[in-house]
Design a binder for this molecule. Structure first.
Ligand code: GSH
Length: 214
């Protein structure tokens, strides 16, 4: 059975899709409505009660959480060397970055894109929005400093953490008062290399075209 992926353009499902491309598996995209205030498909809610994408369907069931899907796929296809193996010295740091990205950075993004979910009162909205945007800057600074002179998140070794990093940078939005990626030159160095991968060029073709025309 080919993989099936609950998917929306611009979403975290793109990172999971890049990994499917990297490992050369066939997959079907299930285009999914995730717009604010729009109803979620019952099929999605049955698999992920949060109503979020990605959800990956495979022969033994469904998995949600982008970091889990990425790790699951990398481990399933070790020959592509997208993640250090469980007993590899780099495994811990690989997991560190994936967890940091999905728990800290993604949550800060969510607080700026869906601020109302984090406020009891509309009076708090602007304050939460501004603080979360500033928090994003702080978190990206941590990542930028950690990269230092390295070529990749794991030093001299490319991994799925670099693909995840790329995905997160595509969500930076001036409209939401996010910091510009220009503030983080070490991050730019990695995303400039990641964007050259055929998998990324395919999945992010519209995004890349829009950016080049802007
Ligand atoms: N922690 C989840 C977050 C997924 C998530 O926030 N997905 C967004 C798209 S990037 C979504 O489905 N948003 C719809 C919503 O928040 O209602 C993951 O990493 O998979």
């Amino acid at each position: 059975m080919p993989y099936r992926l609950f998917y929306a353009d611009g979403s975290a499902a793109m990172g999971a899709r890049v990994i499917l491309e990297e490992v050369g598996e066939t997959y079907e995209l299930i285009e999914t409505e995730i717009g604010a205030g729009m109803p979620r498909a019952p099929e999605l809610l049955a698999l992920n009660p949060n109503g979020w994408v990605p959800v990956l369907l495979w022969e033994h069931g469904a998995i949600y959480e982008c970091g889990a899907i990425v790790t699951f796929l990398c481990d399933r296809y070790p020959e592509f060397r997208l993640a250090p193996a469980a007993n590899d010295a780099d495994r811990g740091v690989f997991l560190q970055w994936l967890f940091f990205f999905s728990s800290s950075l993604q949550t800060a993004y969510q607080m700026t894109y869906h601020t109302d979910r984090f406020c009891e009162s509309t009076a708090d909205h602007d304050s939460v929005q501004q603080r979360s945007a500033r928090r994003l800057h702080e978190l990206w600074q941590v990542v930028n400093d950690a990269i230092g002179d390295s070529n990749w998140m794991l030093g001299d070794r490319f991994s799925a953490a670099d693909i995840y990093l790329f995905m997160l940078t595509t969500w930076l939005s001036e409209e939401h008062n996010h910091p510009s990626v220009e503030n983080f030159p070490n991050v730019i160095r990695i995303i400039d290399a990641v964007v050259e991968r055929p998998s990324v060029r395919k999945v992010y073709s519209s995004f890349i075209k829009e950016r080049s025309e802007a």
